[in-house]
Design a protein around this ligand. Sequence first.
Ligand SMILES: C[S@@+](CC[C@H](N)C(=O)[O-])C[C@H]1O[C@@H](n2cnc3c(N)ncnc32)[C@H](O)[C@@H]1O
Length: 305
Amino acid sequence: MEQSTFSDRAYRLKFLIWGARMFGRVTGRVPERTTWPLVWGGSRRYAPDRWKQRDRDFERRDFSYEDAVQFLQASLRKGPGVIRGSAKDVVQGSMPKEELDFVAKYLTGLRKEGRPLRGLHIGDFVGLSLAHLTDAARNVHAGSVVMSIDPNAPHRGMDNPKDLVTGLMARYDLLDNWLPLTGFTLERTGIADISNRNAGTTKFASYYGFGAAHVLANLAKVGTRFDFALIDGNHNSGYLRREIDRLSRLIRPGGLLFLDDLDEHWSGVTEVFDGLDHRRFQRLARGGRAGVVRVLREKGPGQTP
Ligand SMILES: C[S@@+](CC[C@H](N)C(=O)[O-])C[C@H]1O[C@@H](n2cnc3c(N)ncnc32)[C@H](O)[C@@H]1O
């Protein structure tokens, strides 16, 4: 007969306790002695695999891009609150691994300062770039904190994507290093909800959601300063330009600004990157589609963005 391992027995014990509680709840009585062997026998048949799988889903682990994609794709439709969406969209709506590795290298460069980093992440979607950068910041210093801003609007057919973001951050034990804000960096706008399920069509949902507005202006009032910021939210060039203007006062001089989507699909983003005022920003590098900028100094009085 197959020997049961210690962990099998632990799972069966869990099943036994659960069975007893359910029995008690339904009948209002403590199980009789004759019931225990039945539950113990049932636990051999049903308990281990089911619970092992569930515990594996919630196990804490080291961050890897591949694991994060797998987790997100597996969580669609079965996560808390059932999130619809296609597995393809998880990848297509997020920054690719190479770009995130490229950006994370610059965070590692800040390690020599030997203090916790304060980061700002704009545009979360399902959390891939957020988890990647928060993990990189935590590797620089365990006390690093990344603040994230996103209105949690439906995106690529996924309602309430923040549930996935939270699950992802929990999976890599990043909840202590994360400060989420639900809102728009500037004014509230409609969100383009691009759904691949409509095969090639782009559906513009005029969704405004309930997110807070003017989050960057309020952060300035609170007096927060960041070592770095990534912008991957609203891709309208006018909106982006105004975001960068605000950020130049929120990022400390010498801090870093990362932009995604410098490619032919978003020519406006490239235009903004290329047109940055060299007195205030130093363009450091470009990856496949991400750009890195050093913030030089704050905008002086009378200077226009
Ligand atoms: C391209 S996705 C972000 C992908 C994510 N950075 C990644 O690579 O994993 C854009 C996200 O920006 C959000 N967004 C749009 N306008 C925004 C704004 N004004 N402020 C903050 N987030 C915004 C959208 O809701 C969406 O979740």
